[in-house]
Design a protein around this ligand. Sequence first.
Ligand code: IMP
Length: 198
Amino acid sequence: MKLYFASGNDHKRKEMSRLLGGYDLVLPKDEGIEFDPEETGSDYISNAVIKAEALYSIVHAPVLADDSGLSVDALGGKPGVHTARYGEDEAGRKLSAEEKYMLLLKNMKGITDRKAHFVTALCLILSDDRRYIIQETCDGSIALSPSGTAGFGYDPVFFIDEAGMIAAELPEGEKDRYSHRGRAARLMKLLLDKEMER
Ligand code: IMP
């Protein structure tokens, strides 16, 4: 089954294809479609829906969109929907992944409640009247210092409760078992597989 994936990111496509197994994910850019909707939502679900609806209105075919981020309890849920742009200045200068997680550690200096949650929202639109939303979470805490070399983004400072390890210390692929995206994608696969039987 061909499924449009509302992203411009090849790495994300590869990961989502692996997690969903058996679905041909097509990025808008593969077909020369210009796609860069403004993510104006105040939560992950709103942004996933914005992306899915924007692409569906162009392709009128099954579309999957995702939105993820890191919510830290003691920071009132921040960086949240702004996780990817954390620390960006007015001029829009982007920080590297390492600069971002080091900034997070700096902003949490002296804070003892370090509970945090990675969240992923997925929105699937199959047709005008068949739409599904899944949101999943990976609970953990922000470490006091970085550790590990696997993964990406904030993985070196995110301790996964269930795994008892920092995300970047987990061998390749094993993170999927615990991760927000792994959990959400497994549920989405059940849903898609069921749809295929219709
Ligand atoms: P996106 O919406 O999937 O692009 O995620 C937003 C940002 O959240 C990314 O740029 C990453 O910095 C961060 N992020 C999301 N998922 C993860 C993860 O599994 N590990 C580390 N960082 C993540």
